[in-house]
Each structure stands twice: as structure tokens, then as C-alpha cells.
Design a protein around this ligand. Structure first.
Ligand code: SAM
Ligand code: SF4
Length: 455
């Protein structure tokens, strides 16, 4: 490593928003003259983009930081980004004094300034007398949102890792404050980008050869154009009409903000994918109330009925939490009956995990972990048979997939359908990654389909 060469290593955990934040952080670092390296050992700056949604995430972060510490050499710097950074704040410096930078996602727009501060410290032998210089002589830089920011992290330097499909964040933060969820505390208040800026980014991506765009937000459909030009459904439609864009996805939708206009947009614009992820969390209105979800079972089912009545065959997936404080066997059965009624194409189910700062932390988490596991496994088993049945209806169909990768070991190509289903298929021809081809479905499994090229 040259004396003044700036290198970084970035490790990412968590949701798609974190993955995409990392793409923007990488782009920002590269634009500031850094080079990305493959190992912690090679890096001058080690960054860790964290998630705190469940399961003692903060403890895992501190364990990882302890691992990093063993690799600490003269001049190597460590930074913690993302939700655990925002949640734990200055406590990170106390428990892991080798960390120099702690930055939550709502402050990423300040990264160039923070990097400049850090950078001076990395490349000079004599430490600068920064105002954040701590008593122990180590530089400490923080970007911690106090929920006042109105800014989104917009950058022209996004280093996307896939050349065919890419993310665009259209709304950051969350104002919903569901009683179990840490996101409003870690990602700040809701702020949307202008539709103009989103469409310009979609156009830039199309010009670079991207054909699939996924619009992202913790509550993507709470989107409010600050310029007042487009509703969320209108923005979806407009992104689908950007020349060159063939597929548009969006996640995650909140049932409360899910209007029928979204289904109408899907019905009228072929580029919008036949898939909606609409988390329900529980099938019991009593539990939904305790979770502060702001809708009832019936209101949720009304939204499902709009999708079932659509001209297109929209696949529906959701998130569920089992074992929320006070969930009785009857409440749990109501969730099971909801799965039976909706016939989802996929369910992400989680055991309730108490999170710091959330209103539910004060509730008695009396359901033993073993019982939460029993409910989780029972639910997943029930859903597995629903998915097997749902996927069987594709047998014999010819469906268009985007070719995503090649599985050499199985001599199969891996494709994705508009319904977001994985379709593994054989082909005599060599195919181009990112191309769209028709595939005839020959076998159905609960979590994937198998087929053969249909041309
Ligand atoms: N905004 C989305 C919504 O309202 O449905 C969800 C975003 S959250 C990052 C993803 C999922 O994590 C949630 O839908 C929920 O099922 C799960 N989750 C969030 N907090 C949780 C907790 N404390 N314990 C277990 N699961 C949790
Ligand atoms: Fe969390 Fe609820 Fe906001 Fe979703 S809507 S991110 S579950 S607080």
C-alpha cells in the first residue's frame, strides 16, 4: 500500500435499504479518492454497515468490532455505520475505543465532510487537533441524526454491484412507530425525494443498460413528492415508462398507505411487476392494535381483494411476527387463517424480538422462546404447503424470466419471473446475463420453479 493511498473495506448486514446505502457509501468513498479492497487486512479504513432490526443485533456488532480490534495496526481506522450506529451512538466509542467514526443512515449525506476529517487523520502521522479529539488522543467523528434532518442521501456516485437491476431509494425514514420496531429511531423521520430526481436517476440507469429498477423505502408507498407533482402510483407508472426499463418493483409497502391506485397502475402498465410485498404482521385485529399497525384484519383483507380482482395475476408476499407480547393461541390461529385465506406466494416470518427504545419494550415478553419457535415453525410449515400449491399452477406455463446467473454445478440458469419467483432452467444455448427469455415450467417446489428454455 502506497504511503498515502486511501483504501477501505466495507461489510454490510441487513435489508435491501442497507445494501443500497452501502452502494452509495462505496460510490462516495471512491469519488473521494479511496480504493475498495477485498479484505480487512488490506484496508486503511474498515467500515461496518449494521442492522438492528432483531436478535440482539448490537451484541453481534460489538463482537465483530472486537474481532476487528485484533487486526488493528498503526493507522488503521474503523467506522460503524447504519442502524446500530444510530441506536448506540457514543456508547460505541466507550465499548470499542478503536472506532473513529459512528454514523447513522440519516447523516450519510455528511460523509464527504466526515471522510475529509478522518482522512487527514489517516494519512498524517501527526494527529490533527480535531475538535472531536477525545481525552485518549483518538479522533472521534459522529454523524447522529436528531430526527431534524430533511435531507435524503442523494449522490451521483452510486457503485451498483449488479449491471442489470438496481435499487433507487425514493423515501427514507419512517413515521409510523409500530410498537415493536426500532426503524423510526434508527433511520429518522420520513423524507421523500422529488419525483424529478427519482426519474432522472431511473433515466441515468436506463442509459447505462439497466432494465430492472426496484424502488425502495421502509414504507415505500408513504412516498410524498416534495414538489407535489406525483403520487406514489403515478411515480411507479412514470418509472415504468422510462425508455429501456422493462421491470419495476417496489418494497416495502405499508397496508395503511396502500391505495387501489397502486393496483390500477400495475394493471395498466406492463413494466410494473406482478408482485406486491404487503406485510401484515398478524391476522388478529387485537394484536394489530397492540402493535400500533393502524389497520384491522378486514382493512388489510380489503387491500388483498383489490389485488385479487386485478386483471393481472399479482403474487402477494408478506411479513409476519409471531409471539408478540399478549399473543394468545387464538390470535395465532387468526394469523394462520389469514394465510389460508390470502394464499400468499411467500411469507417472511419472525419471532418477536424486544428492541431498545420501542414502546413494546415495556410490555411483558412472557411468551417463552420455545413457544415462539413452535409457532414460527408451525406457521412456516403451513405456508410451505400453500406455496407448493401456488407454484403448481405454473406447471406447463411459459413465463418470461430475467437471466440472473448460471449455476454450473447443476448445469442450470437462474432466472426470476415478474412475480419475483426463482426459476432454475436448462438451455442448450449460451445465454446472456440480464437478458429476458421465455421458460416453460416443468416442476414446482415450494420456494422455486424448474423449467426449460422455451425458444
Ligand atoms: N416497513 C415495513 C412494514 O411496515 O411492514 C417493514 C420494515 S421492517 C425493516 C421488516 C420486518 O421486520 C417487519 O415487517 C417485521 O415483520 C420485522 N420486524 C421488525 N421489528 C421486529 C421485531 N422487533 N421483532 C421481530 N420482527 C420484527
Ligand atoms: Fe417499522 Fe412499522 Fe415503520 Fe415498518 S412501518 S419500518 S414495521 S415502524
Amino acid at each position: 500500500m502506497a504511503a498515502t493511498e486511501k483504501t477501505f473495506y466495507l461489510e454490510t448486514f441487513g435489508c435491501q435499504m442497507n445494501a443500497h446505502d452501502s452502494e452509495k457509501v462505496v460510490g462516495t468513498l471512491i469519488s473521494e479518492g479511496y480504493r475498495q479492497v477485498e479484505t480487512v487486512e488490506e484496508a486503511g479504513l474498515v467500515l461496518y454497515n449494521t442492522c438492528s432490526i432483531r436478535d440482539k443485533a448490537e451484541q453481534k456488532v460489538f463482537h465483530r468490532l472486537a474481532d476487528y480490534k485484533k487486526l488493528q495496526k498503526e493507522g488503521k481506522k474503523f467506522g460503524v455505520l447504519g442502524c446500530v450506529a444510530q441506536q448506540e451512538g457514543h456508547k460505541i466509542f466507550e465499548r470499542a475505543p478503536h472506532v473513529s467514526l459512528v454514523c447513522g443512515s440519516a447523516s450519510y449525506w455528511k460523509l464527504p465532510g466526515m471522510l475529509a476529517q478522518l482522512d487527514t487523520d489517516i494519512i498524517r502521522d501527526d494527529r490533527p487537533r480535531s475538535s472531536q479529539l477525545a481525552a485518549d488522543g483518538l479522533v472521534r467523528i459522529t454523524g447522529l441524526d436528531d430526527r431534524q434532518t430533511d435531507k435524503c442521501f442523494e449522490t451521483e456516485f452510486t457503485a451498483r454491484t449488479n449491471p442489470h437491476r438496481g435499487y433507487i431509494t425514493i423515501i427514507e425514514g419512517c413515521d409510523k412507530f409500530c410498537s415493536y420496531c426500532v426503524v423510526p429511531f434508527t433511520r429518522g423521520k420520513e423524507r421523500s425525494r422529488t419525483s424529478e430526481s427519482v426519474l432522472a436517476e431511473a433515466q441515468r440507469m436506463a442509459d447505462l443498460g439497466y432494465t430492472e429498477i426496484q424502488l425502495l423505502g421502509q414504507n415505500v408507498n408513504s412516498y410524498k413528492d416534495p414538489a407535489g407533482k406525483k403520487s406514489f402510483a403515478e411515480l411507479l407508472d412514470a418509472v415504468g415508462r422510462v425508455p429501456g426499463i422493462r421491470r419495476v418493483r417496489f418494497t416495502t409497502s405499508h397496508p395503511r398507505d396502500f391505495g387501489k391506485d397502486i393496483v390500477d397502475a400495475i394493471d395498466s402498465n406492463q413494466a410494473l411487476c406482478d408482485h406486491v410485498h404487503l406485510p401484515v404482521q398478524s391476522g388478529s385485529t387485537r394484536m394489530l392494535d397492540a402493535m400500533q399497525r393502524l389497520y384491522t384484519r378486514d382493512q388489510y383483507l380489503e387491500r388483498i381483494s383489490w389485488m385479487k380482482a386485478a386483471k393481472r395475476d399479482i403474487s402477494i408476499t408478506c411479513d409476519v411476527i409471531v409471539g408478540f407480547p399478549g399473543e394468545t393461541e387464538h390470535d395465532f390461529e387468526e394469523t394462520l387463517s389469514l394465510l389460508d385465506e390470502v394464499q400468499y406466494d411467500g411469507v417472511f416470518a419472525f419471532k418477536y424480538s424486544p428492541r431498545p427504545n420501542t414502546p413494546a419494550i415495556g410490555l411483558d415478553d412472557a411468551i417463552p422462546d420455545a413457544e415462539k419457535s413452535r409457532r414460527l415453525n408451525f406457521l412456516l410449515e403451513r405456508q410451505r404447503s400453500i406455496q407448493q400449491k401456488r407454484n403448481q399452477k405454473h406447471l406447463g406455463e411459459s413465463v418470461e424470466v430475467m437471466v440472473e446467473s448460471r449455476n454450473e454445478a447443476r448445469a442450470q440458469w437462474v432466472g426470476r419471473t415478474t412475480q419475483n419467483k426463482t426459476l432454475n432452467f436448462t438451455s442448450d444455448r449460451n445465454l446472456e446475463l440480464g437478458s429476458y427469455v421465455p421458460v416453460r415450467v416443468t416442476t414446482a417446489f415450494p420456494n422455486s420453479l424448474v423449467g426449460e428454455l422455451a425458444i
